[in-house]
Design a protein around this ligand. Sequence first.
Ligand code: SF4
Length: 380
Amino acid sequence: MTKPTNAFAQKRFDALEAVLRAIEEAPAAEDDWDEIIAKARGLMAGYHARWANSGWNATAVGVTFHLPIINPATGRRSRTFTWAGRYGGLVERRGKRFLLVFKTVGEPIEEPDSPFWQRMAVDWQSSTYCLSQLQQDRPIDGILYDVLRRPAIRPRAIPKGSSGRSDRENVGTLMEIGRQGTYFGRPLDRPQRETALDGDHRETPDLYAIRVEADTRRRPDWYFQRRIVRRGRRQLAHDEAELWQTATEIRLARHGTSHWRNSASCHKHNRPCLFLPICSGNDTPRSSRWKPVTAIHPELGDALGDTDQRRVLTHSRMQCFKLCRRKHYYRYELAVAPVDRPPNRTLSLALVLHRALAVWWARQGKGNTATWRSPCSVRN
Ligand code: SF4
């Protein structure tokens, strides 16, 4: 990174430094962790270049809520469940307040009428976040979606380049490293140069991160989009009714033990469901391959205190119920998980990026840093 020359540049420099530090400090989860971290570093460096001057102020980052579920027809609260969630934060610009939602995706996001943005227009998860603000008498003006597209490029063998070509044509080659001491224009120190030139000529994590960043600078709109989506009162009323109805159906399924299977969900996202061995009769939750889980909403950290987590609904839990009642039963009611859970690369990258985004946005507050909100408790 180039050293800053004034206070404003220093603030920007500090924000990126903090983001890269947060990425490096993320707890390692997988064998190819170096590649995931390098991808996140390259992507966030490009993100910073894209949005450093965007003019948004964050008033809260990492907002967690825990609220009663209200029957919209009677105004009564559920005696069985409460609901909870966590979202990116709250931001403002020109006197208007918006809910901040992070998304990391693997599909096109450039066109406003792409399937992704059409889905966001009806995204129930974000609607519930808006409802949580309304329930606390804090209406908002819309949702700011901050979307990053995952890089499709992987570490590669560095092309040789050619002495007959110009420096510009040799960008991203061994020839550039040997002649200029740079990779995609970014200066390399001596160990980085020597490793690249003397080794097997494959990109190290550092060089891969540089190429990811270079790619984001070449086509920022492919990687980064922000759009405001608004929710009307009518839609929110509809979504509130859906929240109540879903809670009712989960309660009835619990009492009626109607945990129906949905075999159409057994192989979603090109992965077999974790509970397939049990459902197919090849295993049982009582075997040594399964363990009880106490924190069934790990995404909420310790925000729920000593609340019985089986009595708390989150968006993930309600989606799980809609997808397959049996899966919901194993995961949230019986609360078991495989002893050896296979890693999920996509999820790991998303978690690292969301952590980095929270750090970045915390430095977009007025003054310098936004508040890290403590969780709301259930209101009586
Ligand atoms: S829990 Fe549902 S989705 Fe999972 S294997 Fe069983 S039927 Fe399929």
